[in-house]
Design a protein around this ligand. Structure first.
Ligand code: GLN
Length: 447
């Protein structure tokens, strides 16, 4: 209750949460007590957590940041939500996000922008800006989030907290509202790598209801946290430290690399030559998949429906015109275009080929090192409103995070310092498939 009181009291300043439901939170807390009384408590039983508003949660408003789902109450829970519940975690509330997870600043939310707790003029990053801001402001100890092109790592960096996007398939997408299904992946945001490891232990796991869920033995992501880093080979991709990277971000990362060397790491330069093609490839594939996934929001099955209309076609048109925001419409149009007859080969197929090249780049790079160290974003958090009228400027901010999703690799972001204006700077660690424990180990030793 103390957490809930604090979260509610401070949410007015930050807008990190879209929904609170005190009765439900208290009921979950009681269930956690019962779990403990029965001797079945786990490491996180009774710990409050915030869920990104993209994970369906039975009986809770689940909006995905959209007007389309303003009055939608989920009839079932996502696998991630079920797992958290079984572990005795207690839902504090549902966090704000860019509409349907499309954005890098949280300015695309129908429920208003989230403020960065370090500087209320700054964006918190996106799309999981609410989760990152809630953890940074200590309104929630941990939060769930999702990452399709950087939405865990970039807001974690902008808010000075830690987040990890696991290997594609580690966390079930069942009940996680789909944006771009071949890229979407859930993961934790916490104040430290250790907290993320503990929450990932709960979130990860095979689930037959997600056809891309990976069937492998349950892993304990905390097991390697205390391994010494002696001999760890850290690769620095030269294309990531080139033109476009802000000098303050570069020097914060240099200092962090020096720290990693002190911890025993060796540094090698590597090359990811196709890096500059990540943005065009992602911004074809993601909208293509989105245009297909979002066709279900038609006013018939669930969600918003226009109040007045003349016939079915007009009902669709009005519903979608009212229910979706501008960025979502832009992506549906782009996606439909690149998939249409005559353009499919020129855009969508090309983008898929580039995707393969990017994945191959990473395999060559990771053959020379254990982990890749990189920036998360070219700059620290920008001002609210600064880029919101310029979608291309916003897309360019995703240059260092998109490749990881296109390749399906795990990526972690941890804080390494501050810009002169006091805004946090993060660093990214990228590993090979299923190397989550290694990334968490490195970040934990650094922290
Ligand atoms: N900023 C990227 C986009 O707008 C990534 C978002 C995400 O990872 N959900 O698509």
């Amino acid at each position: 209750t103390e957490y809930l009181r604090r979260a509610k009291a401070h949410n007015g300043e930050l807008n990190a949460f879209i929904t609170f439901d005190e009765d439900k939170t208290l009921a979950e807390a009681k269930a956690a007590d019962a779990l403990r009384a029965a001797g079945n408590a786990g490491a996180l039983t009774g710990i409050p957590l915030a869920h990104k508003d993209i994970f369906c949660q039975e009986g809770w408003h689940t909006t995905c940041g959209s007007r389309m789902l303003e009055n939608f109450i989920a009839p079932y829970s996502a696998h991630v939500v079920e797992q958290c519940r079984k572990a005795g975690l207690v839902t504090l509330g549902r966090t704000n996000m860019d509409e349907f997870a499309m954005g890098s600043s949280n300015e695309n939310s129908f429920y208003g922008v989230v403020k960065n707790p370090w500087d209320k003029l700054a964006v918190p990053g996106g799309s999981s800006g609410g989760s990152a801001a809630a953890v940074a402001a200590r309104l929630a100890p941990i939060a769930t989030a999702t990452d399709t092109g950087g939405s865990i790592r970039q807001p974690a960096a902008f808010c000075g907290v830690t987040g990890i996007k696991p290997t594609y398939g580690v966390v079930s997408r069942f009940g996680m509202i789909a944006y771009a299904s071949s890229l979407d992946q859930g993961g934790p945001i916490g104040k430290s790598a250790e907290d993320c490891a503990m929450l990932l232990n709960v979130m990860a796991g095979f689930d037959e209801r997600d056809a891309t869920s990976v069937q492998r033995d349950k892993e304990d992501y905390t097991r390697d946290l205390n391994q010494p880093l002696k001999g760890l080979k850290v690769g620095l991709p030269k294309e990531y430290f080139a033109e476009g990277l802000d000098a303050e971000v570069a020097s914060a990362i240099d200092a962090a690399i020096a720290e990693y060397k002190k911890l025993g790491a060796e540094v090698v330069e590597i090359s990811l030559p196709n890096t500059r093609m990540a943005i065009p490839s992602y911004y074809v594939i993601a909208p293509a998949e989105a245009s297909s996934n979002l066709s279900r929001f038609d006013g018939v099955r669930y969600g918003h429906r226009a109040a007045e209309y003349d016939g079915l076609t007009e009902m669709y048109e009005k519903t979608r015109a009212e229910g979706f925001g501008w960025e979502v419409k832009r992506r549906i149009l782009t996606g439909t275009y690149v998939l249409s007859h005559g353009y499919y080969d020129a855009y969508y197929l090309q983008a898929q080929k580039v995707r393969r090249l990017l994945a191959e780049d990473f395999q060559r790079g990771l053959a020379q090192c254990d982990v890749i160290a990189a920036p998360v974003a070219p700059t620290a958090a920008w001002n609210i409103g600064e880029k919101s009228d310029d979608p291309v400027a916003m897309y360019l901010e995703d240059i260092y995070t998109l490749g990881v999703n296109l390749a399906g690799l795990p990526g972690l972001s941890h804080p390494v310092g501050f810009a002169k204006n006091g805004r946090p700077i993060g660093m990214q660690l990228i590993g090979n498939y299923f190397a989550e424990a290694k990334l968490l180990n490195a970040a934990h030793q650094f922290q």
